[in-house]
Design a protein around this ligand. Structure first.
Ligand SMILES: C[S@@+](CC[C@H](N)C(=O)[O-])C[C@H]1O[C@@H](n2cnc3c(N)ncnc32)[C@H](O)[C@@H]1O
Length: 370
């Protein structure tokens, strides 16, 4: 490694240590030094433009900015809009923030010789770090986007890159000791559990229609997997679990006649920075999502099947439409959360069986939804 690269990697290790609140564990420090992140980044990355959008940063035109970004503890967008032209700019592939990558690698508890399946190859950096630790030939990584998979395959050695839907796992190389996903899921694919040996670990970022937040770490048993959430990370949702719903396009219709009532809870308490409330409500309600109207004075709440909706104004006026009274359900879920001392993600867990998944509070015998 050249001197500027060495200095930049040392700086990155310091930044990751600060985010961690302590030094990076030695095995991962060695991996970060041996597998520099910038070697996995494409020549064009996308940086936030300060106005909620992204601007390109090209290695050729702006080498210094590109190099600094590569060695900063920030996520870097490497693909927009699934690689297609679009009026909106939304990230569809990225190199996660190094401190998040290292945290997940530590949580995964991998050791030399273990067999690992990664879902969401992206740039290939995480897969390369894993291969450095467990050994060449022990990591297989599945990426859904053909261009992204091809580029990662070119950058990687000693890792098998498969282009396909990671929800199916990769049965040909099973059983695995560890499965790690770097895209979030709303439903944990049963294939991941089936393809992990008993005692193995499945680690995945979590998503819910209410909030994309948290990391789920499951230990695999004979017929099910069980584990807890932690309050780290927010990752893009698995492509095959995405749902594109818009209130005025898909849900609310002119002919709908809603029932009117009054709110006893401010809509601000279930949105924005109320992360822990949103996380708990997401698990309790299951299929409910929210969207602020553009002027941020009215909150819309709807089910993912688009059959029910509610609208709540800051002044407490409520309108509810459909077979369920959604705002009443939100208020009930919020009361449920307060009565249990406002639990954060660490107090929740999930059990996954072949028939589906079930969230619980504190212990599996206390289901979140009854
Ligand atoms: C946050 S990025 C991955 C970061 C990556 N591990 C790295 O080190 O750069 C998430 C990736 O998951 C991929 N992805 C989304 N849905 C997927 C699916 N169903 N199967 C496999 N990969 C998927 C995306 O295309 C994207 O490249």
């Amino acid at each position: 490694m050249h001197r500027p690269e060495q200095a930049a990697v040392r700086g990155l290790l310091r930044a990751v240590g600060e985010a961690f609140g302590g030094p990076v564990p030695r095995e991962w420090q060695e991996a970060l030094e041996a597998v520099p992140r910038h070697r996995f980044l494409p020549e064009r990355i996308w940086l936030e433009n300060g106005q909620g959008g992204y601007e390109p940063c090209d290695l050729q035109d702006n080498h210094l900015r590109w190099f600094d970004a590569a060695h900063a503890d920030v996520p870097l967008v490497t693909q927009l809009n699934d690689g297609r032209a679009s009026a909106d700019a939304w990230p569809s592939s990225s190199a996660s923030a190094p401190s998040v990558v290292v945290r997940m690698l530590c949580d995964l508890d991998v050791r030399p010789g273990m067999r690992v399946l990664e879902v969401g190859t992206g740039t290939g950096w995480n897969a390369a770090l894993l291969a450095h630790r467990v050994g060449a030939g022990n990591v297989v990584s599945v990426e859904i986007d053909a261009d992204v998979a091809r580029q990662a395959g070119e950058a990687l050695s000693g890792v098998e890159v498969i282009c396909g839907d990671g929800a199916d796992g990769w049965s040909r190389r099973a059983p695995y000791d560890r499965v790690v996903s770097t895209c979030s899921v709303r439903r944990v694919p049963w294939a991941w559990i089936e393809q992990t040996r008993p005692g193995g670990i499945v680690l995945t970022p979590w998503d819910n229609p209410m909030i994309c937040w948290g990391l789920l770490r499951l230990t695999v048993g004979r017929n099910q997997a069980e584990g807890r959430f932690s309050p780290h990370s927010a990752f893009m949702l698995m492509r095959t679990q995405r749902q594109d719903l818009r209130i005025f396009r898909d849900v609310v219709r002119d002919e709908h006649v809603p029932a009117e009532s009054r709110a006893s809870l401010s809509p601000r308490l279930v949105t924005g920075d109320a992360w822990e409330a949103r996380f708990a409500l997401g698990l309790r309600l299951g299929d409910v999502w929210t969207a602020w109207e553009e002027d941020a004075a009215r909150l819309w709440v709807a089910t993912t099947d688009a059959r029910c909706w509610a609208a709540v104004d800051d002044d407490g006026a409520v309108w509810q439409y459909g077979p369920r009274r959604l705002w009443d359900e939100v208020e009930e879920a919020h009361r449920w959360w307060e009565e249990r001392d406002r639990p954060g993600p660490e107090r929740f867990g999930l059990t996954v069986g072949a028939q589906g998944q079930r969230a619980w509070l504190d212990v599996p015998a206390q289901p979140v939804r009854t």
